[in-house]
Design a protein around this ligand. Structure first.
Ligand code: HEC
Length: 235
């Protein structure tokens, strides 16, 4: 099958798929920015994926609820000192009480409540103090990414193979996409072991996004015209 020989309906559908993916990429970008608190930097990626979620949320998406920066410093010192129950009772409980438990409690009645992640006791808070993404969240993100992005990459790869472009690109683009996906997700798992894992995430995520964007653009163009630079008439 070649994209160019599809009926008008087929080419419209492939084009809409490509445009939808480009839209989804921009949305993913915005979501990542939101979770990092508005701007992207390697420091923030390190904090989010290789530091503790508790601290990174206070620097990032939960920063607006932090009454003073000293509260973050208190939590950071507590974690650095081993996140003990005694230390929790001394300082950290008060910070949680003041800034967080309004929403983060099982009985919160706030509109923006987060009852599924209560921060009202040592046991609840210490779970978010550990390095790297907490287990449940990690598994959740891993399986969503593996299933959803694996499927999207396969569909894109098949469509790219049906495009009139040079053969080596039909291998290169999918391989870069899958390599990016694997690197990115490996980075999340390795985040618990050191800050260097942040480079896996940024590099892998970059390759993945670039491959999805490139493949979407290739199939979109190929439906309607000759793809510039890498386009070939099959012969
Ligand atoms: C006004 C309500 C509200 C307050 C106050 C609040 N949170 Fe949240 N928090 C939420 C909601 C809603 C979510 C889930 C949606 C989101 O991530 O924005 C959330 C998510 C989180 C997450 C998960 C973030 C992630 O990336 O998965 C953490 C950790 C967190 N909050 C910690 C805190 C801490 C620590 C404080 C106190 C400094 C705090 N929150 C104050 C409502 C609140």
């Amino acid at each position: 099958m070649r994209l160019k020989t599809l009926d008008l309906g087929g080419r419209v559908a492939v084009s809409l798929f490509a445009v939808t993916l480009l839209g989804a990429l921009s949305t993913a970008e915005l979501l990542i920015l939101h979770s990092l608190g508005g701007t992207m930097s390697i420091e923030k990626v390190k904090a989010k994926y290789t530091g503790s979620l508790l601290v990174s949320s206070m620097h990032g998406s939960m920063y607006e609820y932090v009454t003073e920066d000293e509260s973050i410093a208190i939590v950071e010192r507590w974690i650095a000192a081993g996140a003990t129950e005694t230390g929790y009772g001394d300082d950290v409980a008060a910070v949680m009480e003041e800034d967080c438990t309004n929403c983060h409690s099982k009985t919160s009645t706030m509109t923006d409540a987060m009852p599924s992640m209560p921060l009202t006791s040592y046991d609840e808070v210490v779970k978010l103090a550990a390095r790297g993404l907490p287990g449940g969240k990690l598994l959740m993100q891993l399986h969503v990414h593996a299933f959803a992005l694996g499927t999207i990459l396969l569909v894109l790869a098949l469509l790219v193979c049906a495009a009139d472009i040079a053969a080596e690109w039909k291998v290169l683009l999918p391989v870069v996409g899958f390599a990016g996906l694997w690197l990115d997700t490996a980075g999340w798992v390795l985040g618990a072991f050191g800050e260097w894992a942040a480079w896996f995430i940024v590099g892998g995520g970059g390759f993945l996004a670039a491959a999805i964007a490139a493949m979407s653009i290739v199939i979109l163009l190929d439906c309607w015209m000759r793809v510039p630079v890498i386009g070939r008439v099959p012969g």
